[in-house]
Design a protein around this ligand. Structure first.
Ligand code: AMP
Ligand code: MG
Length: 537
């Protein structure tokens, strides 16, 4: 039985990260290289006129907070960074990372300020972090702030991902600061004032691959060992007492968790956009929602990030390969503790590549309602479908949802094709592309699909149920987020609330909400924020 907490000062904190790990000896808030330490104490910047936009009751529940406290003025003050509640200690952590494949040196929490770790009544540990609450020693040349549009995107997407069943950091609240922030959205010399905002993120730990990388890059092996031991004891206690053998097992688990996360991304059509090693969570959680996007027309080359438009390193189809590359960088970082290249490589191969290959196939089969994968025959079925989805502009989400509505029990040789395939028509962006060649190809594929279903005696009810459990009806389409942002920038937050509500049950058909499952309207094709995003946030 949990009792609700009615005052933020009653939250129970156990700030293990700063208790167990060394602090920066300097305390002034100025940019610097922080050596021999994992974090720097720093206070959030006070805001002029904080105003709550939204909170997520499900996340408040994780912290045992009552709804009433979430509606209080104190909640707005604390989660916009104006007051530290009892037990909170604020700090920014030091990490490095590879950005777009290049080692970038020290990065760190440049605009994230941690508030400590809550222990809830179920003894779960939840770290709290404000994003956009001002400069820290890691801010480099930037202001430490975040704007409303990117904060709405982070808030909504973290919660949408959670409800889709994708491992992710969570978002407790979104607050306007009342201060203006200058941003050059497309880096084209047209900076504009935008409204500042703060999101409070919640997750077991914010530790990233880059936290380990920076220590190895600086050859601070004693501190590397300390951080690894701390991470295993606190967040992977089931592995047992740290030792070189346990380090290897730990790495194997990170590989597995990362593979599972990426498979979920591919299942729902999520493109992270900036898979730098500083944006990779040690717990295999989706973290740092920046210029991410959702696939509308299925295109494995698509990336929402205009900063990556040329190389497309972080394109949809490349996410599994990039995760592997990032894990290899993590392996390099922990190598001084496990000086066995061979074992690290085998672990990476076994726990990442093999898990990934297997889980990707299972996931693709599940999207078709198949209870298992029969490699010999299914390989072609699955890859032919991907080709089919790309030769004409096809909305991925709608296609899978509507395929469940195509009656596969009909006699294909006698069926009236146009009527039979009517459900699929909602998935196509350019009906003029559906020429005879395409229609033949689609028919052939459907024949193989039907054969596979009949051979295995999969009933229609069973197929539909399976498919609708893994193929979402509602995802945070880029243009839907942008419409909510447009309203929010005018001070109207109802669309943010409405969207969160719809995204709570992504696998259901919700009455009156069909417009949230519709394909991208034409106006959104080239509009900033809908199809193109930059890192500016
Ligand atoms: P990202 O690409 O958002 O993952 O950010 C990469 C690094 O830049 C991280 O260390 C961030 O903390 C930092 N950063 C991004 N935006 C800002 C900002 N407005 N002010 C300070 N640091 C920032
Ligand atoms: Mg980041």
């Amino acid at each position: 039985m949990t009792t609700k907490i009615h005052a933020l000062d009653a939250l129970k904190f156990d700030n293990s990260f700063i208790r167990e790990l060394p602090a920066d000896s300097e305390t002034h808030n100025a940019c610097r290289q922080v050596l021999g330490a994992c974090y720097s104490a720093v206070l959030p910047t006070e805001t002029r006129q904080a105003r709550r936009v939204i909170f997520a009751p499900e996340v408040a529940h994780l912290l045992d907070l009552s709804e009433a406290v979430c509606h209080s003025e104190d909640f707005t003050q604390v989660f916009s960074g104006n007051r530290l509640a009892d037990g909170m200690e604020s700090y920014a952590t030091c990490y490095g990372g590879h950005q777009f494949g290049q080692w970038a040196g020290q990065l760190g929490d440049g605009r994230a300020i941690n508030l400590g770790e809550v222990i809830n009544q179920r003894q779960q540990r939840w770290a709290l972090q404000l994003k956009g609450s001002g400069k820290t020693p890691y801010s480099r040349r930037s202001d430490g702030l975040a704007v409303l549009r990117s904060s709405v995107r982070e808030f909504l997407c973290s919660e949408a991902m959670h409800h889709l069943g994708v491992p992710t950091t969570r978002a407790l609240s979104l607050t306007l600061t009342g201060d203006n922030v200058l941003r050059d959205m497309f880096y084209d010399g047209n900076p504009k004032h935008e409204q500042g905002a703060v999101v409070c993120r919640v997750t077991p730990t914010f530790t990233r691959f880059g936290h380990f990388q920076i220590l190895t890059a600086r050859n601070d092996i004693p501190l590397l060992k300390k951080l690894v031991d701390f991470t295993i004891r606190t967040h992977f206690p089931h592995l047992g007492e740290p030792s070189p053998a346990i380090y290897l097992q730990w790495f194997g688990e990170i590989c597995k968790l990362t593979a599972e996360m990426v498979v979920h991304w591919q299942r729902v059509g999520f493109v992270h956009g900036v898979m730098n090693t500083d944006n990779m969570s040690i717990m295999g959680l989706t973290i740092d929602y920046g210029p991410y996007g959702w696939l509308e027309n299925f295109d494995s080359n698509w990336t929402p990030n205009t900063t990556d438009a040329e190389d497309r390193r972080y394109r949809f189809g490349n996410q599994p390969a990039v995760a592997f590359w990032n894990l290899a960088q993590l392996a390099n970082a922990i190598y001084p503790l496990i000086p066995e290249t061979q074992l690290l490589q085998e672990t990476l191969q076994h726990h990442y590549n093999q898990t990934l290959q297997h889980d990707l196939h299972v996931m693709k089969a599940e999207k078709l309602g198949l209870p298992d994968v029969q490699m010999a025959t299914d390989e072609a079925l699955l890859s032919d479908l991907e080709t089919l989805l790309q030769i004409v502009e096809t909305d991925m989400t709608i296609f899978y949802r509507q395929l469940a509505n195509v009656d596969m029990s009909v006699n294909i040789d006698t069926v009236e094709i146009e009527r039979w395939l009517q459900p699929l028509s909602a998935a196509y962006y350019l009906p003029e592309q559906l020429d005879d060649a395409y229609q033949h190809r689609r028919f052939d594929w459907l024949k193989s699909y039907a054969r596979r279903l009949h051979q295995n005696g999969i009933t229609e009810t069973d197929r539909t149920r399976r498919m609708n459990a893994v193929n979402p009806n509602y995802v945070l389409r880029n243009y839907l987020a942008q419409l909510a942002i447009d309203d929010a920038e005018q001070g109207d937050f109802t669309e943010i609330h409405r969207l969160l509500d719809v995204l709570r049950q992504p696998y259901c058909e919700q009455t009156g909400k069909q417009n949230y499952a519709a394909k991208r309207p034409d106006w959104a094709r080239q509009r900033a924020g809908c199809s193109m995003l930059s890192c500016s946030s």
